[in-house]
Design a protein around this ligand. Structure first.
Ligand code: NAP
Length: 278
C-alpha cells in the first residue's frame, strides 16, 4: 500500500458536509490508506489555511462556500471552467504549483446523462438561480451544446451576470417561459434543510409532462418544488447524483484513479436510480 495522504474540504460552515463520507468511502474501496477531513475555515482565513495545507503535504482540498472565488484566485493555474467561472471547488497541490479545478459542471452533466438519461445537446433548458452553482450549470449546458438556456432569478442584475458566462446561448428569461423548456434546473438554496423557506421565482405547478426537472438541493431528497413538479407529470431528479459525481471527479483528480461511485452512493445511504431516456 502507498503511504497515506491527507485531503479535505474547506468551508464555513462545514460540519454537515457529506464530502468526508463520500471521499473516505472512495479511498477504502480503492485500497488507499488516505483520509479526508472537514476543516472549518472562517472568511478571511483561506490564504493561511491553503498555505498551511500545502506546507503539511496535503494532496488537495475540496472548496465550498464561502471560499470558491478566493480559492481560484489563490491558485497558480486554473482549469478552463475555473477560469470562465472565476471560481473553483477543488485545489490540487502538485509539485509544480496549486491547480484550481471546478467539478460541479462536469458532475452535473454526468448525472444528467448517466443518471437521468438526458442529453442536453440541441435542447431548450432553463436554470433558476444565478449563484455559483447556477453559473457552473449554465456554462456546462452551454459547452454541451444546449440550444438555449434561460436564466430566471429573483434579482435581475444577477441573472444578467450569470447569463454572461455563456454569451450567445444563455439569456435572461421570464418565469412564464419555463413551461416551454425541456429541462428546468432549480439552483437556489430554497427548499434546503436549515434554509429559511422562501418563494422561488417560478411556480412548479406550471411545470409538467415532457419536462425533466432537476432540483440541485439534496437535503431533503425531495423538496416541495420537486414534489409539486412530479405531481404535475414532470420527470424529476434531486441533487444527490450531481453531489456524488462531482466528488467522484475530485477523487480522480486527487488519486488518479477512477472513482468507485457505487461505494460512494452506499456511504451516504443511497443508491442510484436507473435512468429513463428523455
Ligand atoms: P448561492 O451562490 O448562495 O446562490 C444563491 C442564488 O439563489 C442566487 O441566485 C439567489 O438569488 C438565489 N436565492 C437565494 N435565496 C432565494 C430565495 N429565497 N428566493 C429566490 N431565490 C433565492 O448558492 P450556490 O452555491 O449557487 O448553491 C445553491 C444551492 O445549490 C445550494 O444551497 C445547494 O442546495 C445546491 N448545491 C448542490 C450541489 C450538488 O452537488 N447537488 C452542489 C452545490 C450546491 P439572488 O440573486 O436574487 O440573491
Amino acid at each position: 500500500m502507498s503511504p497515506g495522504r491527507v485531503t479535505g474540504v474547506v468551508g464555513h460552515p462545514v460540519e454537515h458536509s457529506l464530502s468526508p463520507a463520500l471521499h473516505n468511502a472512495a479511498y477504502r474501496a480503492l485500497g488507499l490508506d488516505w483520509s479526508y477531513h472537514a476543516f472549518d475555515v472562517a472568511p478571511g482565513e483561506l490564504a493561511a489555511a491553503v498555505a498551511g495545507a500545502k506546507a503539511l503535504g496535503l494532496r488537495g482540498l475540496s472548496v465550498t462556500m464561502p471560499h470558491k472565488e478566493e480559492a481560484a484566485f489563490l491558485a497558480d493555474r486554473r482549469s478552463r471552467a475555473a477560469r470562465r467561472l472565476a471560481a473553483c471547488n477543488t485545489l490540487v497541490f502538485e509539485s509544480s504549483g496549486t491547480v484550481a479545478e471546478s467539478t460541479d459542471g462536469e458532475g452535473f452533466l454526468a448525472d444528467l446523462r448517466e443518471g437521468a438519461g438526458f442529453e442536453p445537446e440541441g435542447r431548450s433548458c432553463a436554470v433558476i438561480g444565478a449563484g455559483g452553482v447556477a453559473r457552473a450549470v449554465i456554462l456546462a449546458l452551454s459547452e454541451a451544446g444546449a440550444r438555449e438556456i434561460l436564466v430566471v432569478n429573483r434579482t435581475p442584475v444577477n441573472a444578467f451576470r450569470a447569463a454572461a458566462v455563456a454569451r450567445g446561448r444563455a439569456r435572461v428569461g421570464r418565469p412564464a417561459e419555463l413551461q416551454s423548456t425541456e429541462l428546468v434546473v432549480q439552483a437556489t438554496p430554497v427548499g434546503m434543510t436549515g434554509v429559511e423557506a422562501g418563494r422561488l421565482p417560478a411556480d412548479p405547478r406550471h411545470l409538467g409532462s415532457g419536462q425533466l426537472v432537476v432540483d440541485l438541493v439534496y437535503r431533503p431528497a425531495e423538496t416541495e418544488f420537486l414534489a409539486e413538479a412530479a405531481r404535475n407529470g414532470a420527470r424529476v431528479r434531486n441533487g444527490l447524483g450531481m453531489l456524488v459525481r462531482q466528488a467522484g471527479l475530485q477523487v480522480t483528480l486527487f488519486t488518479g484513479s477512477e472513482a468507485p461511485l457505487e461505494e460512494m452512493w452506499q456511504a451516504i445511504g443511497e443508491k442510484e436510480d436507473s435512468p429513463r431516456k428523455s
